[in-house]
Design a binder for this molecule. Structure first.
Ligand code: EPZ
Length: 428
């Protein structure tokens, strides 16, 4: 199992090009099941999660071609025919978002058998709202032995679907299912995250009629068929925020390109309050921090445009060195403080009580051996390590590979001392 070694203390200087968004790309790939024509996705990130979904789609009948040039990566997906409407546990377990093939399979072929994803490191993560939405569209759903058996032999029918809480995955799943339904669907209490806007824009490019994405009311007029399209995946807002925080933690000046500052405004305003300088530009942003200790700033995670839960661990890393106490409240997932004991190994002073962490800034962190627990927690440890004295080894790097493309290269290009240790190589 690979590990990453980071020697802290180097200031960062340079430019990082942000990749396409993982959490958009995997839903856009699933949209290819809705048409027999090719869907060409440009600005595609190459990640373990996109590979997992590619493997599942191939089993379902999709031809998946990855085309990588010097400066561009694209994936062309074509599902001429659904050859199997079965998504087995082994594949869904590896990546929960695979569950979202259920809606498109049902819409296109009238039936599907898809494994329930189960829980994960950050929480129980039920799928009751996904199933509620599909049932509202007329699907007959039964659960047996860990599988969802869904049928809609005469197709799905538009409906009014009211979500009792904002769910990104359930909103996306409802969208993927209802674009081919008969009549109109209204999604009330829909999630407003940029990934929903991205999915709706891609579906519209394929001929769907989706209005209101980005607000909490989305109206979809069903169409009989969708066509192929070419669509560019939006920039990854979590990767953008992560490198902004890395630059703030290490100090120096880093320009983030191929991205948009407005995707992470709630983070940027908190960073400015802490004392980090941010320059917003048309093609991204520049993050500068020179010398002085940062001020402590409280955050509470929330749905978009609130503070993203996927940036919580990284922001906490920054606060470990602030000049005073800050409070980090997690409101989206019940178990998203698994990085805390690992940050404590680096010398951070944090106490957790329920959904609240109190971070008392310390004068310095010290390198240690730590363990990655999930994707965003692990990159939080990498950020902490960038400012820790000495060497930190982050174990279980496969978590990072799920969502960060060429992390070591992107950070090293700005002067960070980061390298990957393969299985047999020891730490220096
Ligand atoms: C997406 O997860 C992202 N994953 C997560 O990123 C992200 O943290 C999350 O949205 C919030 O922004 C992908 O897009 C693949 P939710 P999702 O449904 O869709 C509860 C990462 O690291 N809920 O908005 O699963 C749920 O338990 C990942 O890239 C139900 O109760 O999130 C949670 O408390 C981690 N019933 C809340 O809603 C349901 O049927 C929000 O979850 C569905 C969700």
């Amino acid at each position: 199992m690979d590990r990453i070694a980071i020697t802290g203390g180097a200031r960062l200087s340079g430019e990082i090009a942000i990749s396409g968004a993982k959490n958009s790309a995997i839903k856009l790939m699933a949209a290819s099941l809705l048409t027999d024509e090719p869907l060409r996705l440009t600005n595609m990130p190459r990640l373990a999660d996109t590979r997992f979904l590619g493997a599942l789609l191939r089993r379902l009948g999709t031809d998946v071609q990855e085309i990588d040039g010097e400066s561009a990566s694209e994936t062309v997906l074509r599902t001429q025919e659904i050859v199997s409407a079965f998504a087995p546990y082994d594949l869904v377990r590896q990546m929960r978002a695979s569950f979202n093939v259920l809606g498109p399979l049902l819409a296109r072929s009238g039936h599907a058998k898809v494994s329930l994803p189960g829980g994960c490191e950050i929480g129980a993560r039920p799928v009751d709202l996904h199933l509620m939405a599909l049932r509202a569209l007329g699907a007959q759903i039964e659960l047996h032995e860990g599988y969802v058996y869904a049928q809609a032999p005469r197709g799905l029918t538009g409906a009014r679907i009211e979500f009792p809480l904002s769910s990104v995955g359930a909103t996306e799943h409802a969208l993927l299912a209802c674009v081919l339904a008969r009549g109109e669907t209204e999604l009330v209490g829909a999630a407003r995250e940029p990934e929903i806007v991205d999915l709706a824009a891609c579906l519209n490019a394929m001929g769907a009629k989706v209005e209101g994405a980005g607000t909490d009311r989305i109206v979809v007029t069903g169409v009989a068929r969708l066509s192929g399209a070419t669509y560019a995946v939006a920039p990854d807002r979590i990767e953008t925020g992560t490198y902004a925080l890395a630059a703030a933690m290490a100090g120096g000046e880093v320009r983030l390109t191929h991205t948009r500052a407005d995707l992470i405004e709630s983070l940027l305003s908190k960073m400015e309050q802490a004392g980090v300088e941010i320059e917003r530009r048309n093609d991204g942003l520049t993050v500068k921090r020179n010398g002085a200790r940062l001020s402590p700033v409280d955050i509470e995670t929330g749905t978009f445009p609130g503070f993203a839960t996927d940036l919580q661990a990284q922001f906490m890393a920054l606060m470990t060195l602030a000049d005073g106490e800050s409070v980090v409240r997690e409101t989206i997932f019940e178990n998203r403080f698994m990085h805390v004991p690992e940050m404590a190994r680096l010398g951070a002073d944090i106490t957790v009580s329920g959904g609240e962490a109190r971070v008392r800034g310390v004068a310095r962190l010290e390198g240690a051996q730590v363990m990655a627990t999930d994707l965003r927690a692990s990159v939080g440890l990498v950020i902490a390590a960038l400012a820790a004295q000495g060497e930190t080894i982050v174990d279980r790097v496969y978590h990072l590979d799920r969502g960060f493309e060429r992390l070591e290269q992107k950070l090293s290009a700005c002067g960070a001392q980061v390298r990957r240790l393969s299985d047999r190589e020891g730490a220096s």
